[in-house]
Ligand binder design. Structure first.
Ligand SMILES: [Fe+2]
Ligand SMILES: [Fe+2]
Ligand SMILES: [Fe+2]
Length: 435
């Protein structure tokens, strides 16, 4: 592991870019994570992996290293606070270890020496790769096209071919393998889903809800739990399913049961966090749908519950790809960034395939498919889910000012309205607290 390697020169400063400029800090972490993966692929020693990581973390020091207008624009989109632009020539940063400085100087050299530093080459190629990834939302290209461009650079004298090829051939996870794993998850009760389908709302009665709730202990207890929550504060504790349905009403009962039917999919400790986030999303997206009037609130609620079902599959990744994913997550990379590199697709795309197989309504399937790339759809549904991801602080993807603006425009929702939709007591709050 790179961080455990022997430190040969100097001490690495505890100051982090994040404190100065979060956009640049996050970019440097991504470069460090990818650079370490390239180093692993090249079978570099642990000591060299360590210097690759440290050089990448500081590769914008001094900031004058990469004084490019395009990078300025990119950083703005990624949430830079402007420190980057204001302090190009005089960064208030402490001294760095000699080894890092040596590598940074090698990166700065205008013409490549005959034998460029391996560490510098790895960091440069990783930086190029990450910048291309970061530009994807602005350039509407696919990851595959981007990696093809990267491969083409191996014919160029500027970069070492073996480093380029290592970056372009990181371990891969196959779509079919991941889908196969999900299809083996606790079987989704399609009968229950059909009964709870938003479209059949008008026809579902108390008797049907009662029948469904009594078919499973956890469904029953969720209903009773919500009926006794502070939102409803019954004068006397509610103990039976019938009482619970009567007290909170058919609409609310249907929503609680929909959430509870999906709960077993998110059974492990790791996926429990995803479930919690999904419950929050369901409530928030439903409110946004009511505010904007462009999306059916019942569909928005259901989409919020299942929007990240693809993340369940990603959690089941195995082999070298899983090891690389773990390392990159530890480095602080966003899940979407990692997924695109290791899979060439992401949890949104994978989740949509799963929902399609489970016969979810087409509108939900397609909104989920584009919930991190709202520019892919004209419909406001994907944009609404994007706003949900943004507001609930899921940090699943790189921030993008351009996408946020597009999603706000497409849904005609304002930031003030998002704020007003947040913080109210919600139907599922007691379930969220008990995850
Ligand atoms: Fe960079
Ligand atoms: Fe999410
Ligand atoms: Fe997501």
């Amino acid at each position: 592991m790179a961080s455990q390697a022997k430190r040969t020169t100097g001490t690495v400063t505890s100051v982090r870019w994040e404190a100065l400029d979060p956009g640049v800090g996050a970019h440097c972490r991504r470069v460090a994570a990818l650079a370490v993966e390239v180093a692993v692929r090249l079978r570099l020693s642990e000591a060299l992996q360590y210097w690759v990581e440290q050089t990448a973390l500081w590769h914008h020091y001094p900031v004058t290293l990469f004084e490019l207008d395009t990078l300025d624009r990119l950083m703005k989109d990624l949430g830079s606070n402007g420190y980057w632009s204001r302090n190009k020539s005089n960064p208030a940063l402490p001294d760095l270890p000699d080894e890092v400085k040596r590598c940074l100087r090698a990166m700065q050299a205008p013409a490549r020496q005959d034998q460029p530093s391996t560490v510098a080459q790895v960091v440069e190629v990783a930086n190029l790769f990450v910048e291309k990834m970061e530009l994807l939302p602005l350039e509407y290209r696919t990851v595959e096209q981007m990696i093809d461009e990267l491969r083409a650079l191996s014919e160029d004298d500027l970069f070492r071919a073996d480093v380029i090829m290592a970056a372009a051939s990181l371990p891969r996870a196959r779509r079919d393998d991941l889908l196969e794993i999900v299809y083996r998850l606790p079987v989704f009760p399609t009968v229950a889903l059909r009964a709870l389908d938003p479209a059949s709302d008008d026809h579902i009665g108390a008797a049907q809800l009662y029948e469904l709730a009594t078919s499973d202990k956890s469904l029953a207890s969720s209903l009773v739990q919500v009926a006794n929550s502070s939102l409803y504060s019954p004068p006397k504790a509610i103990a039976s399913i019938r009482q619970a349905i009567a007290y909170i009403g058919l609409k609310a009962s249907r929503k609680v049961l929909t959430a509870s039917v999906l709960r077993p999919l998110f059974g492990t400790a790791k996926t429990g966090e995803i479930w919690k986030h999904s419950l929050i999303m369901a409530q928030f997206c439903e409110r946004l749908a009511v505010i904007c009037g462009l999306v059916d609130p019942k569909e928005a609620f259901l989409a919020g519950l299942v929007h990240d079902v693809g993340r369940l599959a990603m959690e089941k990744m195995t082999g070298d790809a899983a090891a690389a994913r773990e390392r990159m997550l530890r480095q602080g990379c966003e899940p979407m960034f990692i997924e695109k590199i290791l899979c060439r697709f992401d949890h949104a795309d994978l989740g949509a395939d799963i929902l399609q197989r489970w016969n979810f309504p087409e509108a939900i399937v397609e909104a989920v498919r584009s919930h991190h790339q709202p520019e892919q759809r004209h419909s406001p549904f994907a944009a609404l889910l994007y706003l949900g991801e943004y507001w609930t602080g899921a940090e699943e993807d790189l921030p993008s000012a351009a996408r946020l603006a597009l999603a706000l425009e497409r849904t005609r929702i304002t930031v003030d309205q998002m704020e007003s939709a947040d913080g109210r007591n919600g139907l599922l709050d007691s379930l969220i607290r008990s995850v």
